[in-house]
Ligand binder design. Sequence first.
Ligand code: PEP
Length: 253
Amino acid sequence: MRSKLVAGNWKMHGGLAANAALLSALLTEIDTLPCEVVVCPPFPYLAQAQQVLAGSALKLGAQNVSQHPAGAYTGEVSVSMLREFGCRYVLLGHSERRAIYGESDATVAAKFEAVLAEGLVPVLCVGETLADRQAGETEMVVGRQLDAVLARLGVAALGCGIVAYEPVWAIGTGQTATPEQAQLVHAFIRQRVAASDDEVAAKLRILYGGSVKADNAAALFGQPDIDGGLIGGAALVAEDFLAICRATGVSSS
Ligand code: PEP
């Protein structure tokens, strides 16, 4: 049985005071939550979060990383730097990174390799645009994004990470995929991995992201191939994020 995980992607939001309040509210309930919980603040706040979360069950992640270990890459951050600040997870290939910063499947696969090489856990974001979906190309796009990592690193390496299915049309729009729509793509992802290795596929955690809220989380998390969520907007409000985390317990019984 796969354990559930909920990760909060703060995107480019936050500030010292707001972060302190949010993290301390999450810490008051962290030991009662039925899932693993991760927060991914912007880079400058990792040190603050590391200090506040020390010794707690609330885990730390980053929103992006360089594929290079060190060197003349102005503005970039390496995996070993993230590790020094207590990060265990790294989001890779978020649709905003792909669309706004032009990250290719090949770049994302190189980042996946770099994250694994330092012993951190990559969270590979995949998902189709509205145009892709309307053209009937959801599986082709998601399959291509997965295959980039499978081809470069192999199925065992993919199995050391987590996949987050995030339909681009659902991110930050309030337009969530229905549980059935999401389940279909999650099952497709698992089958794609199973074509290489059944055991890896059965153990792989696949999160759903895209306008998850307290009132739709339980139905999504109740689907057989949805193992938790990657949460944007609702991760900035402690009560909303906690309610989403609690909703993982509704389906796991
Ligand atoms: C995200 O940023 O990955 C995300 C899913 O955002 P939201 O929950 O706001 O749609």
